[in-house]
Design a protein around this ligand. Structure first.
Ligand SMILES: [Zn+2]
Ligand SMILES: [Zn+2]
Length: 211
């Protein structure tokens, strides 16, 4: 019969993880967890980041940040109030997984994320030139702006031009996604915009006729 060296509980009274009873193993796991973790917040868009990408500051975003900061644990957020996050930590003790609950405080430092930085510099990779019926142009403009937002990209600017509008987009990827989603076949053209690591970088222009 095993007895827990910390509290003398016997194997008959509690589940054991190695030499320790469940309660004592839980305490051992808890003391190793930090009370607070550092993360970054973008001062412009309010998204947060641990060690990876920026995420919305919601339950899912907090969960991603905590999983990045608490390596070796599986973290599930149970709720949060301001920057106090209550979470469930699953740890592998070597003799089975144990789950403990803990409140963790996020210590945020303000930064500017790359997306907001690019936005403030007027960065764009693709231009969609919409021409044709004013009503259809408005409808497509709307769809394009919504899609850009959904994909965490942005519309740099919209210019009235030549009886239509030019929509400047932050990424070619979102431009292609929009085109295939809408089933549009544009006339493509490419403008050399610079060099990156010796490779030529092009901005894509898509002429779209909506009659
Ligand atoms: Zn014990
Ligand atoms: Zn931002």
């Amino acid at each position: 019969m095993r007895f827990c060296p910390t509290c003398s509980n016997s194997e008959n009274d509690a589940r054991f993880y190695g030499n320790y009873c469940e309660a004592c193993m839980g305490k051992k796991v808890l003391v190793k967890l930090d009370d607070s973790v550092k993360a970054s917040i973008c001062g412009k868009c309010g998204r947060i980041k641990g060690s990876g990408f920026f995420h919305k500051a919601d339950e899912k975003g907090f969960e991603t940040v905590l999983n990045e900061r608490f390596r070796g644990y599986r973290v599930k957020v149970l709720g949060y109030s301001g920057l106090e996050v209550s979470a469930e930590f699953t740890a592998d003790t070597g003799s089975g997984e144990i789950v403990v609950d803990k409140e963790v405080r996020l210590e945020l430092s303000k930064v500017t994320c790359e997306r907001c930085y690019r936005k403030s510099c007027g960065y764009y990779e693709a231009v969609m030139q919409l021409r044709g019926s004013a009503e259809r142009i408005r409808r497509y403009e709307d769809k394009i702006c919504r899609k850009a937002q959904r994909d965490e990209e942005f519309v740099t600017k919209v210019e009235e031009n030549d009886g239509g509008i030019d929509i400047y987009l932050s990424s070619k990827k979102v431009a292609s996604a929009i085109l295939s989603e809408m089933g549009i076949k544009p006339i493509r053209s490419y403008t050399l915009s610079g060099l990156k690591n010796g490779r030529k970088i092009y901005k894509n222009t898509y002429a779209i006729h909506l009659w």
